[in-house]
Design a protein around this ligand. Structure first.
Ligand code: DX5
Ligand code: ZN
Length: 216
């Protein structure tokens, strides 16, 4: 089944409880939580305290996407805060295999994200240790950007690698996904779709999510 992971980066935080409840009631599968540190990416968002507090608002698994330098310094805090899945950037980690193993040892699912510049081939020796691969279809750091077309081919490459080596691994795509391309990314092999602007820019995020799901 195709999973939808609304990204709260585009949510209205003055009404975050309502916004999360709306997408949860509409059948969201994960809540995508973008963590930015002002270093790996220019923008800043939130840390484990906010994740811990939001955790009380929802039963959805939190899909924490760490766009941070030195993720090894932070993953334990995000595990404790209640993350269901932690994805860090290959570009930010010198010892990705060890970090994946460490996250999994805490009972949390572990994923690796690739920026648009990083080839799927870089995952050859990591795929066995991953619960999820995240292909970025924009440069990380901002919501509302346009989908980079080359990501479609990278999804096909990643799907082929997963089928060959670790079929249980999920394949997530993040950035510029909406009604115009969600069927195409699924056809290319993605099974988890992150959507921020497409869901939360609308006054009715629950209804929007249902509409997007009906296109699949
Ligand atoms: C971007 C983030 C995304 C962002 C996607 O760096 O990783 O999760 O929320 O936003 P949209 O769906 O608006 O491209
Ligand atoms: Zn993200």
């Amino acid at each position: 089944m195709i999973k939808i992971a609304p990204s709260i980066l585009s949510a209205n935080f003055s009404r975050i409880g309502d916004q999360i409840a709306a997408v949860e009631a509409a059948g969201a599968d994960y809540l995508h939580v973008d963590v930015m540190d002002g270093q790996f990416v220019p923008a800043l968002t939130w840390g484990p305290k906010v994740v811990e507090d939001l955790r009380q608002l929802s039963n959805l698994p939190f899909d924490c996407h760490l766009m941070i330098a030195h993720p090894e310094r932070q993953v334990d805090a995000f595990c404790t805060a209640g993350a269901g899945l932690i994805t860090f950037h290959l570009e930010a980690s010198d010892h990705a295999q060890g970090l994946l193993a460490r996250i999994r040892s805490k009972g949390v699912k572990a994923g690796v994200a690739l920026c648009p510049q990083t080839p799927v081939a870089m995952l050859e020796d990591l795929i066995d240790d991953c619960d999820l691969l995240l292909i970025m279809s924009v440069n990380p750091g901002l919501g509302g950007q346009a989908f980079i077309p080359r990501a479609m081919e990278k999804l096909r490459e990643a799907r082929a690698l997963i089928e060959k080596r670790n079929p249980a691994c999920e394949l997530e795509v993040d950035g510029g996904i909406g009604s115009s391309n969600l069927c195409d990314v699924v056809a290319a092999g993605a099974n988890v779709l992150v959507m921020g602007t497409a869901i939360f820019a609308d006054a009715d995020p629950g209804g929007t999510l249902r509409r997007l799901r009906s296109l699949l």
